[in-house]
Design a protein around this ligand. Structure first.
Ligand code: COI
Length: 357
């Protein structure tokens, strides 16, 4: 990369901060953002921290027509000692580059963008909320900017990082959510972009989500795109089931997002000697376990959602109410341990926490 010097322009007037207990997910943004440009033949250049502001895009910019973009999501926390903590941030930038590879977007220098993020966080430290259940959500993203309507990869891109103080992703908070199993629409197919974090996957999921919300469900559980038989993931999360004492999560198959929280949960369960399997699991098997009284818990995992217990699945006309719609023991223990490690309260035997300052 050319020019690794980050130019910093601070805003004149800082915005007032929302009260931490009024925070929703992703509605309020901090005072500054990081921006960097790319041009074919020149590489990434002009890294800057600027006051948060609207961007100018040519109406013919490729992102607006063909959706060539990728994004990430991670969080920063403040420890009791007032240190800024990040959770496995290198994994997010690794995944960003993997998503970019699929979308024909040039890779970023992972160490450099992590350094840029740390600088931005130091400037925005007083935006990190401290109240239980809150954090500073970090959204790195790349989009194509070339004004050209030919269907070809863009010659120019912009990389940005914005920050948003957030509360719980679901209005239910840590209380169980209700999920509808999607039997008409599909999210991803083998060979598609299901394991890339790209906007199109999320845009294509909205219709099913809106229809399920009308029936009172927070999100949909996606089945595989070929047979509509095997469980893949939930709208914004990976999914886990506790069946007869054993934890099962769908194995990564190319159409499931490789969640960093998912990986952390698997490692935590193994560390606790709780049996955990990554394998193909059909929705019929989940239903059979429910009928036999063996479906003990279900939960989703994701950066935004953290650990979200699932209290009910609706599969066609079949309803599966799990653990009387209450948060299960393992879901609660995982939530407490993971958020404890993230905030520096719990021991971190895996070395996941990165101290910024
Ligand atoms: C995240 O969990 O960080 C995501 O990117 C999911 C998004 C739908 C909020």
């Amino acid at each position: 990369m050319d020019n690794k010097e980050i130019k910093i322009t601070l805003c004149e007037n800082r915005k007032s901060k929302p009260l931490p207990d009024t925070l929703e997910f992703g509605r309020v943004f901090t005072d500054h953002m990081f921006v960097m440009d790319y041009e074919e033949g020149k590489g990434w250049f002009n890294p800057q921290i600027l006051p948060y502001q609207p961007i100018t895009l040519d109406p013919s910019a490729k992102i607006l027509h063909y959706g060539q973009s990728v994004f990430e999501g991670l969080k920063a926390y403040l420890s009791a000692e007032d240190d800024i903590l990040l959770f496995r941030p290198e994994k997010n930038f690794e995944r960003l580059n993997r998503s970019s590879e699929r979308l024909c977007i040039p890779a970023v220098d992972e160490d450099f963008v992590l350094t840029a993020l740390k600088k931005l966080l130091e400037i925005e430290k007083d935006w990190i909320p401290k109240v239980e259940g809150t954090s500073l959500y970090i959204r790195p993203f790349i989009f194509s900017t070339e004004p050209y309507l030919g269907l070809a990869s863009s010659q120019t891109f912009q990389f940005m990082i914005t920050l948003s103080p957030v509360g719980a992703y679901y209005k239910e908070g840590i209380n169980p959510v209700k999920i509808a199993v999607e039997t008409d629409f599909v999210r991803a197919v083998p060979g598609g972009t299901g394991d890339a974090k790209t906007g199109g996957n999320y845009a294509a999921s909205l219709k099913a989500q809106i229809l399920s919300a009308k029936r009172g469900y927070s999100q949909v559980l996606w089945l595989d795109g070929v047979e509509k038989k095997y469980v893949e993931e939930v709208g914004s999360m990976n999914v886990f089931f506790k069946i007869n004492g054993e934890i099962v999560t769908p194995a990564l198959n190319g159409s499931i997002l490789e969640g960093i929280t998912r990986d952390s949960i698997i490692q935590l369960l193994k560390h606790w000697n709780v049996p955990v399997q990554e394998r193909r699991i059909s929705i019929a098997e989940v239903y059979e376990a429910f009928i036999k009284g063996e479906l003990e818990e279900a939960f989703g995992t994701g950066t935004a959602a953290v650990i979200s217990p699932i209290g009910e699945f609706a599969w066609g006309d079949k309803k599966m109410v799990i653990n009387q719609g209450e948060t299960g023991e393992i879901s609660r223990k995982l939530y407490n341990t993971l958020t404890g490690i993230q905030k520096g309260i719990e021991a971190d035997p895996f070395g996941w926490t990165v101290v910024v300052s």
